[in-house]
Ligand binder design. Structure first.
Ligand code: SF4
Length: 380
């Protein structure tokens, strides 16, 4: 699977603002309404290149294709797992940096409809350095642009697989999807570009994804949470807690040394109080590390009495790592402690083990190899 490579430094069409596009068109004697045609055509799921903007006169189409890039992603390598329910891609950017995105489908239950979640990266690498995370261990590359963030969504939006519809039958109604910033990077360490990307995703002239279908997940960047309250109050907030004591969290989520648990939870409470939106407290369960009864009780206390829920995630281990996930019995015991405190708790299913779907793993596996040739497809 490849996103069409384009040489040069042209801006990606996904991040061109309407004013610049209108001015660019006006300089060529084109009316303002052409801007809407360009954006609508480029965000159409069937578009494979800017040559597909067939609403435009042919000469203008050629000029658009010369001036802008169809995608800031120059190549992608995708693998499918879980019987077709999970797909992961490593994307190569114009400067050779590589990032990951994951698409997860959740089948319909009863008479409901299925849903799809796209997990995207906000940075190439990550400086937070969580020791259980392959991305954290690989270090920081650079900030992603808003276009590079949006183009991960567009990659899946243009994938015929997503077009199977909510019931995933060919010809069905195209599935709506949720976006989560839970891939590589700490989104609130790239806050301006991430917020810009959210607005681009929201834009009805582009993908028109509702803010309530977007979740920003942070390891606890308190000033960024406060900016979300003011600037993006309808976007969901998830906080990756992963420990209930500062001593342990200093080790597992090193940013805790800057913003300790009490400050992070207080910021989450401010978000919930001001936006009336439920905050998700994410907790990766690592065998023998943070799954003791005392941590469960501590987490229950932190989550009690305010608008939040706890999402437990058994660790998807990195090959060769000393860390492993808590077993099913341990997960149930931990969840029961939270539940008994009256706090809503869910356990996230672990997806894509056979395609290294945990953050940063496939990227590490492909390091130094050309995109598209290194790893065989896993049959769905
Ligand atoms: S878990 Fe998230 S915040 Fe921590 S190192 Fe990995 S990508 Fe960064």
């Amino acid at each position: 699977m490849t996103d069409r490579p384009v040489a040069g430094n042209q801006p990606a069409i996904s991040e061109v603002d309407p004013e610049s596009l209108t001015a660019w068109l006006a300089a060529r004697g084109e009316p303002a309404y052409r801007a809407a045609q360009v954006l609508a055509g480029a965000h159409r799921p069937t578009a494979t290149s800017l040559d597909d903007l067939t609403d435009l006169p042919r000469p203008l189409r050629g000029a658009v294709a010369d001036a802008f890039r169809f995608s800031s992603i120059v190549g992608s390598h995708a693998l499918v797992a879980d019987g077709g329910l999970t797909a992961k891609a490593v994307h190569e950017l114009a400067d050779g940096q590589r990032i990951e995105s994951v698409l997860m489908r959740y089948p319909a239950r009863g008479k409901g409809i299925g849903r799809t979640t796209i997990c995207i990266s906000s940075q190439a690498g990550c400086a937070v350095g969580c020791p259980f995370c392959a991305t954290g261990q690989a270090g920081f590359g650079r900030q992603l642009t808003a276009g590079e963030i949006v183009d991960q969504v567009l990659h899946w939006h243009r994938d015929p697989w997503l077009a199977l519809g909510a019931d995933w039958r060919p010809g069905g109604v195209r599935s709506h999807y949720n976006i989560v910033f839970m891939g590589m990077g700490e989104p609130l360490n790239n806050v301006d570009r991430v917020f810009h990307a959210v607005r681009l995703l929201n834009d009805p002239a582009r993908l028109g994804i509702g803010a309530r279908h977007i979740t920003v997940s942070t390891s606890g960047v308190v000033p960024g949470i406060d900016r979300m309250i003011d600037e993006l109050p309808q976007v969901n907030l998830a906080i990756s807690l992963h420990a209930a004591s500062d001593e342990l969290r200093d080790e597992l989520v090193p940013i805790n040394r800057k913003w300790p648990i009490a400050e992070v939870v207080a910021a989450g409470q401010r978000f919930a109080a001001r936006t009336r939106r439920r905050v998700s407290l994410e907790y990766v369960l690592i065998d023998g590390m943070n799954d003791a009864p005392a941590q469960a009780a501590g987490l229950a206390a932190l989550a009690s009495g305010w608008l939040c829920h706890v999402n437990l995630i058994p660790l998807n281990p990195t090959p060769g790592s000393r860390w492993s996930g808590t077993d099913a019995v341990g997960v149930r015991r931990f969840a029961a402690t939270i539940e008994q405190a009256g706090v809503p708790v869910t356990v996230r299913d672990t997806r894509g083990r056979e395609i290294e779907a945990a953050c940063g793993q496939l990227h590490a596996q492909l390091a130094g190899r050309p995109i598209g040739t290194a790893v065989p497809m896993v049959p769905a």
